[in-house]
Design a protein around this ligand. Structure first.
Ligand SMILES: *[C@@H]1O[C@H](CO)[C@@H](O)[C@H](O)[C@H]1NC(C)=O
Ligand SMILES: *[C@@H]1O[C@H](CO)[C@@H](O)[C@H](O)[C@H]1NC(C)=O
Ligand SMILES: *[C@@H]1O[C@H](CO)[C@@H](O)[C@H](O)[C@H]1NC(C)=O
Length: 210
């Protein structure tokens, strides 16, 4: 009698929580009810779980090594009430845009996530609260990055062009020298030919004159 009821209950659970994958507690974390604790686990962007249980109301991510929050990570967690993100070395470059947008979307007072979510890098933004970074400040770092890349490629291109020019000059010099050599060779050949002709011409002349 009790066995089919168990099955019914399991089915009900599955229906309520929507699938096993969203029920499971993500690997290095511990879960208590709808509270998911991933704090102090040396998490960085490569070993951070990519999915959290759907009904999560509290997510602890503080005291880790996160420099960026992967795009869309918290978007499907509609029950989320609290997220702790402090004591992570957030990098305030292009990669911070999702975190910043997410923090800004939250209603400020009731949500304590914003507390101490501050930048570790770059140096000139260290200690600044991520939520209050201006778009220009973030985009500046992006431009900076792109600028460096552009400058590097320009420098490489310049070196490349210089090498090309040097090679071209070398080829021209070589061709000139080759041309000169072949001209000289031709001239000496002609000279020896004309000299030979002269000889053949002069010989009878000298013969005649003598
Ligand atoms: C993330 O942490 C793990 C283990 O702590 C380490 O092996 C890995 O190299 C780290 N990845 C990055 C991108 O720092
Ligand atoms: C969020 O949910 C939608 C549909 O349920 C899914 O397509 C998407 O991949 C999910 N995003 C994340 C980051 O889990
Ligand atoms: C930045 O965060 C650390 C903890 O992560 C905190 O001790 C510090 O006071 C914060 N700085 C500012 C300016 O909020």
């Amino acid at each position: 009698m009790s066995f089919p009821r168990m099955k019914e209950l399991q089915l009900l659970c599955l229906l309520i929580f929507g699938g096993q994958s969203s029920l499971a507690c993500p690997h290095p974390c511990t879960c208590h009810g709808s509270q998911v604790d991933c704090s102090s686990r040396f998490l960085n962007s490569s070993n951070l779980p990519s999915i959290f249980p759907e009904g999560t109301t509290e997510l602890r991510l503080h005291n880790n090594r996160l420099t960026t929050l992967p795009n869309g990570l918290l978007d499907n967690l509609s029950s989320l009430r609290q997220v702790s993100l402090y004591r992570n070395p957030w990098a305030c470059d292009c990669g911070v845009l999702y975190l910043r947008a997410w923090l800004r979307r939250r209603p400020g007072g009731s949500f304590s996530s914003q507390l101490h979510v501050n930048c570790s890098s770059p140096a000139h933004l260290r200690g600044r609260l991520v939520e209050y970074l201006t778009e220009e400040e973030v985009l500046d770092s992006c431009h900076y990055w792109y600028c460096n890349l552009a400058l590097t490629s320009q420098a490489l291109l310049f070196v490349f062009v210089l090498v090309q020019a040097a090679l071209l000059v070398a080829v021209i010099v070589f061709l000139r020298r080759f041309e000169k050599l072949s001209r000289e060779a031709r001239r000496t050949k002609e000279e020896s030919l004309t000299a030979g002709e002269r000889e053949t011409v002069y010989l009878p002349l000298t013969d005649r004159s003598s």
